[in-house]
Design a binder for this molecule. Structure first.
Ligand SMILES: [Zn+2]
Length: 246
């Protein structure tokens, strides 16, 4: 049996038997892994805090014969417990976890995405800028970290720099008015939204959460990122159903 020590975030938890749990961790060293936490649901368990969804900690695990790990020790770094104080914030948080659980694979750590996940949860808890903007920043950065960066520099079809553009997910980003003519599923995009996307994509995450934008820009960003994510990941996130009902 081999032992590993790694930082991780609990992205899902499932009760097993009378008092055990199976958790999924996004880790710094092993990407996404499944961990069995014996007795974690007992009120006096030393795993109680570190095995709850959103918990971020340093985990010591040992690998058994199967592909999953067993929890041996955990030192909690941050519980993100206050994310539960508001149902909308909680759902935004669950969406972040669901997105990362879907896009990060086993033995394929993505440290940029993991850092973004942590930072986004911290910013959500503090609530310093508009929640919708926090989500759009997360989505654009996250898509970029998994290899899908939308082109927002010049027309992705002919290379022309135009005064006005549309957005085409199929063509990977902004397209000039001429190239937009015969394209399907074109989305209108204002220059302010293009500037916002450029800023988000080119700014390091620790400097990103100090601006706000007008509601019309947020609306455009939402339509664009929705379509962009659905097209590239071909997946609907369960937590989003709840967000769009409210
Ligand atoms: Zn063009």
């Amino acid at each position: 049996m081999s032992e590993i020590k790694t930082k991780g975030i609990v992205v899902s938890e499932m009760p097993i038997g009378e008092s055990d749990k199976r958790i999924v961790l996004i880790t710094k060293d092993k990407g996404k892994i499944t961990v069995f936490a014996r007795g974690a649901r007992k009120t006096n368990s030393k795993f109680l805090a570190g095995s709850q969804i959103f918990s971020y900690g340093e985990y010591i695990l040992y690998k058994g014969k199967s592909s999953s790990y067993n929890l041996q020790q955990v030192e909690l770094i941050e519980s993100f417990h206050s994310i539960r104080r508001d149902i909308n914030v909680l759902v935004y948080g669950l969406y972040i976890l669901e997105f990362c659980q879907y896009t990060i694979e086993e033995n394929a750590p993505n440290n940029a995405l993991m850092k973004l996940m942590l930072k986004t949860l911290q910013v959500l808890v503090k609530g310093i800028i508009d929640y919708d903007l926090i989500m759009r920043i997360f989505e654009l950065k996250a898509m970029s970290y998994i290899g899908y960066t939308p082109n927002v520099i010049k027309c992705g079809n002919c290379g022309l720099e135009d005064d006005n553009y549309n957005f085409s997910t199929i063509l990977g980003g902004i397209v000039c008015t001429t190239c937009s003519n015969h394209q399907k599923n074109i989305i209108k995009i204002s220059n302010s939204t293009i500037f916002t996307m450029r800023y988000i994509l080119s700014t390091p995450i620790n400097k990103l959460y100090s601006f706000n934008v007008e509601s019309n820009i947020l609306q455009e960003l939402k339509i664009i990122t929705n379509q962009f994510i659905e097209y590239h990941l071909n997946h609907k996130f369960k937590s989003l159903d709840f967000l769009y009902l409210t």
